[in-house]
Write a protein that binds this ligand. Sequence first.
Ligand code: PMP
Length: 317
Amino acid sequence: SKCSTGGFFSKGKLQRYGSIELSPASGVLNYGQGLFEGLKAYRKENGSILLFRPMENASRMVQGAERMCMPSPTVEQFVEAVKLTVLANKRWVPPAGKGSLYIRPLLIGSGAVLGVAPAPEYTFLVYVSPVGNYFKGPLAPINLVVENDFHRATPGGTGGVKTIGNYAAVMKAQAAAKSKGYSDVLYLDSVHNKYLEEASSSNVFLVKGKTISTPSVKGTILPGITRKSIIEFARIQGFKVEERLIPVDELFAADEVFCTGTAVVVSPVGSITYLGKKISYCRESGGVGVVSRQLYSSLTNLQMGLTEDKLGWTVEL
Ligand code: PMP
């Protein structure tokens, strides 16, 4: 049942974290048939555990699997596997306010295949790890550099899905930027080398007055779940949100820039270097803009169960 969803995956089982056995000829090792997800579980003050929009991760995996010619677990199977894994690892969910449990669902072509073709068998697994902040601290401003030589995605490619190869393709640019002291890279589109796309593991937003802009989802950026949530929060809070093509030059005129992602949450951008020119943001407030701060609070208060979940985005375990 190649490229099909549902019915393919049998009921899984919990097993101790450890190595897994794979054929040297497996689809994932040879032809990159691998897809992952990332989400977090937070502990509430009352001890219960909250997942943030796990159904969104599940449907992104279903869509990505279709692109990668892989069968995928159903949304229900995905969410069930996540819940079971988190509950079995409850003691690793940090106390309220002290971090979170990062959850990594992984779908791989585990069957052997010699010529280029979809693997005959697939494995879906979930592992977890407690994490703290991705960058230096909550709301620690990051410094980005616009990448001019490498691209993350190309139209018709796989940039819009969370496949493992996308990350291998940008490691060189990311490592070079880090060695020069930048926190991350900001990618441009591969056709014009002009329009903003995203950072290595987060989406980007520009604030100008009461308008917030973010690159539109057209198959070359990952449709972030944090991105989608921040767009909804911003609209509720009275901002005008535009999803559109954003020429890199607009970085010079922005009041604030921030990145969003499961790992980075909402990270304010303190500076962006473009063609050797450093653009600084919100210098008077230590690189943290008021809008970034406000949206960070809205998101994290909901994720940590500090505010009432009127949107029904959290799943309590
Ligand atoms: N872009 C890329 C390339 C990513 O890897 C991620 C992390 N999944 C994101 C954006 C942000 O997506 P999300 O908000 O769903 O974590």
